[in-house]
Structure formats: structure tokens, C-alpha cells
Write a protein that binds this ligand. Structure first.
Ligand SMILES: [Zn+2]
Length: 410
């Protein structure tokens, strides 16, 4: 089946200027033509979105839809974990994010449920549990309970992290993640903001450990991304061949140049930091995060600018945690303050698709791509802060199918 989407303006995600009255032709699940009203034939059967600006479906390259429990890890019934997880997937799609990379939390089980049409949600690229050394960022349990109390989640649903030490254990953990449906591997090379037993400045995993993860990923034609706040962690990751770094808080010009030379990408995550600074209780986290968050948002904002100026490919992630993850558009709002709103949009569309190695399928509105697009009732270049309100995303199309339609257009 083919139909046309008639827009007020069309932003295609490549960074090109908007096309007034752009028209998208969708045939089954693909885009088969991109033009403007003057090139279209004014068919009556099209979807009239002449009051909306149409953009590519947004991509969130750093999600934790499966991390719903906060400080109560292991204390929530599996049914509640599942219910919150499915709700987060639905909210993700409703916010206009038609593709997501889960970097700890939901495993391949959620991707299967979404692909089968049982749960509304984005096209999901799960990493499985993040690989963490003993005492590293992935340690969520109390420090004086023994090894066996390390919380390993609910395989087939949500797996926050796996503890592994030494190249052999890292290799097994990576293989298991792939066995559970991972499409790439996530490791921790630095301490974290919500960690219990490390500092942001700490460096985690040795080069041989990281190299084992890279070998396993490359054997499956994919890559490793790393939780990394500090530059020593990034340098160690570059040495081991990591393709992508999350957060990048304390990035310097020198290290950014090395990332650019290696073709490594950065996925900054401002939204969660902004929210933790103001609403940590809502996210089920203790007072301990407040001093850890102080200054991180400013430092990470500076890192974004440094990375872009150095020519690093910069994607976009939210890192939202907990239940009711309904602030995904905040990332675009915050990024738009650092550079142009168009750059923010490109980061969350084409650049993220490149980071995730799926640019042949999604990320831009171009002929041949999967038909993922959204319609918003505001000017994203003039008022990007309105991305933070999911109700302003009036229409969402995924794989050519209308999956959100607040105005009954379809
Ligand atoms: Zn994260």
C-alpha cells in the first residue's frame, strides 16, 4: 500500500534546510519518494499533515528502559518489572523515538516482543547486561554481601549488568550477551554517577579485558561501546579498539582529536544528568547522587562542543532511568542550547544511525529508507524546547505504519 504524507515543512535529518510543503511517499514499510507539493500530484488519499513539521523518527542511542527499579533492585516482582518495561517502551515510541539502543537493561526479549507486535515500542538494539569489573559501575548490590548476591536481573526481560574479571570472563559475558539477543556490547571503563562503590575518576577494565570484548563483537560484525566519564578510560578504550563512548564528561581537545582519528563516536547524555540534579527521588535514587551530579552537566556540555569541533561523530542519548520515562525529548532541548537546533536534530537522527551502524535503514528521510517519521506541531528550529513535551509529537509512523495519531488523521 502506498500513501503520501503532506507536511508544512519537511526536515530530512541530513542537515539540509527544511523543505516547505515537503511530501513523503511511503510504500509498504519504505520511503519511495521525497518531494514537495509542487512535484506531488495533490492526491486526496494522502495523509494531511500540512499543519505539522515532519522529521525522521528520532533515535535514542542511550536508553535503559529495563532499569525500572532504582535502589530497590531485585525487590520488585517480575510482573511489575515487565509492566514498567513495556510502559517505558510505549512512552519511548510516543515521544517520537522510533529506534533505540538499550545500553543495559532490557535484553533481546523486549526486542522480540516489540517485533512480534505484542508491545508498542521502538526498533530496539539491546546490549544485554553491561559488562562491569568487580567494584565497577555495574555493581548495584550492597558492598558487603558476597559474590552470589550480585544482582543479575531477570534474563529474557531485564539484565542490568554482569560482573566479569579477566579477559576470559569478559569473553564469556560478551558471548552470553549475544546469546540473549545483544546487537552490540556495552562495557564500563570508568566510574559512574549512580555507582555505589567507585568514583567518576576511576578507570575500569584493563586493555586485554576490553580487547576480549572487542574481539567477540568484531567476530559478530558489530562493536563495543563504553560507559566513560573520564579521559583515561577513553584512552584505554581507544587502545583496545572500542568504537563508541557514552557520556564523555571530562573530554579534552587532545583526546577528542584521538577519538576523531580513530573514528570513535561520542554519545553525550545530558537529559538524565539534568533530571537527577533536580528530581533524584523520583528516580528512586538516594541523596548520594546529588554531589556526584554537581558540575557534570556543565562539563558534559563543554565536552559536546569540544567533540564537535574536533570532528568526532556525536550522537545523542537520554540515559533516562526508572519508571515512566516520559522526558526523552529533553535531550534535544538541552542540546539545542549548545549548538544549533538543526545540529541537535542531526545528532538524534542521522548521526545516531551512523553510530549504531544502521544508517542504511533509518536516520534520514530519503528514498529507500524505512518509513520512520514524526510530525510535530511546532517549529523545531525555533522552539526546540517543545520536544520535551511528548504531546507536541502529534504523529508517529514506524515501518510505514501510523503508531501514534493524536488528531485522527489516518
Ligand atoms: Zn546509562
Amino acid at each position: 500500500m502506498a500513501y503520501r504524507v503532506h507536511s508544512r515543512a519537511l526536515i530530512d535529518g541530513t542537515g539540509r534546510d527544511p523543505v516547505d510543503h515537503g511530501v513523503l511517499t511511503i510504500t509498504d514499510e519504505r520511503i519511495t519518494d521525497v518531494g514537495s507539493a509542487s512535484t506531488g500530484d495533490g492526491d486526496a488519499g494522502g495523509l494531511d499533515c500540512s499543519d505539522l513539521v515532519v522529521l525522521p523518527g528520532l533515535i535514542d542511542a542511550h536508553t535503559h528502559m529495563g532499569l525500572v527499579e532504582g535502589d530497590t533492585l531485585g525487590g520488585m516482582p517480575a510482573a511489575m518489572v515487565a509492566a514498567h518495561l513495556f510502559r517505558n517502551a510505549e512512552l519511548c515510541l510516543a515521544s517520537g523515538h522510533t529506534t533505540a539502543r538499550e545500553v543495559a537493561g532490557a535484553d533481546g526479549g523486549l526486542a522480540q516482543a516489540i517485533d512480534a507486535g505484542l508491545v508498542p515500542g521502538p526498533r530496539l538494539f539491546p546490549s544485554g547486561p553491561m559488562l562491569s569489573q568487580t567494584g565497577g559501575h555495574g555493581e548495584f548490590g550492597p558492598p558487603f554481601l558476597d559474590h552470589h548476591h550480585h544482582y543479575t536481573g531477570l534474563p529474557g526481560l531485564s539484565e542490568p549488568s554482569v560482573r566479569c574479571d579477566g579477559p576470559d570472563q569478559v569473553r564469556v559475558a560478551a558471548r552470553n550477551a549475544f546469546r540473549h539477543g545483544a546487537t552490540q556490547i556495552k562495557v564500563c571503563v570508568s566510574g559512574g554517577v549512580v555507582s555505589l562503590t567507585d568514583r567518576l575518576e576511576d578507570v575500569q577494565f584493563t586493555v586485554p579485558e576490553l580487547r576480549a570484548a572487542v574481539e567477540e563483537a568484531e567476530a559478530r560484525d558489530t562493536y563495543v561501546t563504553a560507559h566513560a566519564h573520564n579521559i583515561d578510560g577513553i584512552l584505554r578504550g581507544l587502545e583496545a579498539g572500542l568504537a563508541c563512548f557514552e557520556h564523555g564528561t571530562f573530554l579534552t581537545e587532545e583526546v577528542a582529536a584521538k577519538m576523531a582519528a580513530a573514528g570513535a563516536a561520542l554519545v553525550p547524555t545530558l537529559a538524565v544528568i539534568h533530571l537527577l540534579a533536580t528530581e533524584h527521588e523520583r528516580y528512586g535514587l538516594g541523596e548520594y547522587v546529588v554531589p556526584r551530579v554537581a558540575g557534570v552537566e556543565d562539563a558534559m556540555s563543554a565536552a559536546v562542543v569540544i567533540a564537535m569541533e574536533a570532528g568526532v561523530r556525536v550522537g545523542s542519548g537520554t540515559d533516562l532511568l526508572g519508571p515512566e520515562q516520559n522526558r526523552r525529548g529533553l535531550e534535544l532541548a538541552l542540546r539545542s542550547r549548545l549548538h544549533s537546533p538543526m545540529d541537535a536534530i542531526v545528532s538524534a537522527t542521522r548521526a545516531n544511525a551512523e553510530v549504531m551502524r544502521i544508517a542504511d535503514r533509518v536516520g534520514t528521510l530519503e528514498t529507500g529508507k524505512l518509513a520512520d517519521c514524526i510530525g510535530v506541531d511546532f517549529d523545531p528550529l525555533a522552539e526546540p524546547e517543545l520536544f520535551d513535551d511528548p504531546d507536541r509529537v502529534r504523529l508517529v509512523i514506524k515501518d510505514g505504519e501510523v503508531v501514534k495519531d493524536l488528531d485522527g488523521r489516518s
